[in-house]
Design a protein around this ligand. Structure first.
Ligand SMILES: [Zn+2]
Length: 247
């Protein structure tokens, strides 16, 4: 029985380590995914800005076209002015020149502003593209590091699993089944009883159970937390190096 308990205790230590490493393994891709999400956000932002630039360029083209039309109108009116046969025609041409000129001047200012806006946006987009390039390569590097790390952790898990299975092979199948069922519910399936107290739940076990545990002939469970329990000193008697603390 002592041997069985010792194996169960050892099995628990291995299972805890395997669990911890498995959790660490699962956390690695989650972290990478967060970086990928950041990248996608920056890419979407850049795309929006590109669309804005395209729209500004389209508007610029439109304004530029209208400006050319106005310039053509002015030179046409100037020609009319030179051919004016009377003061009525002269005044009409003069008015057309003035009005169109006014409108063209306002448009010219607008076009100049658009040119500035386009240049600023192009510069911004170039900077953003550089940042994105840096971000992409850093994510790629992180991915590489993560892959190496994951392989390393998986290797450790495999080694622990092999050692664990070896221990499990020496445990009675019905004990192993009980251990597994308790572990599923409680996380920790084996607990030490120290000075009559179950260290799994910190409750005092009934005196009768404590007596049974001191004899150490049967596999017992705590009536409160239902973990497999053993008396701490029972293991000490063996003079084994294995500690009896319930982790
Ligand atoms: Zn208990």
């Amino acid at each position: 029985m002592r041997d069985q308990l010792k194996r169960l205790e050892e099995l628990q230590k291995f299972d805890a380590q395997i669990q911890e490493l498995s959790n660490a393994l699962k956390a690695i891709p989650a972290k990478l995914q967060a970086s990928q999400n950041d990248l996608a956000r920056v890419e979407a932002l850049l795309e929006t800005e590109r669309t804005q630039l395209t729209e500004t360029q389209r508007y610029y083209g439109e304004q530029k076209g209208q400006l050319q039309t106005e310039e053509a109108t002015v030179s046409g009116a100037k020609h009319k002015l030179s051919l004016a046969k009377n003061s009525k025609e002269y005044v009409a041409a003069q008015r057309e020149i003035e009005q169109t000129r006014e409108s063209a001047q306002a448009r010219e200012a607008e076009v100049a502003k658009l040119v500035e806006a386009i240049q600023a946006k192009e510069k911004l987009l170039a900077d953003r593209a550089d940042e994105l390039k840096g971000l992409r390569s850093s994510i790629e590097k992180d991915g590489e590091v993560a892959r190496v790390k994951m392989a390393e952790v998986q290797g450790k898990i495999d080694a622990l699993q092999t050692a664990r299975d070896k221990i499990a092979a020496g445990i009675r199948p019905d004990y192993l089944k009980r251990y597994g069922a308790i572990r599923m519910r409680r996380g920790m399936a084996v607990a030490t009883v120290r000075n009559g107290t179950c260290l799994g739940c910190n409750m005092n076990v009934p005196p009768q159970l404590f007596n049974t545990l001191q004899r150490g002939n049967t596999l017992e469970t705590c009536p409160y937390c239902h973990r497999i329990v053993y008396w701490e000193d029972l293991m000490k008697d063996q003079g084994a190096s294995s500690t009896s603390s319930a982790e």
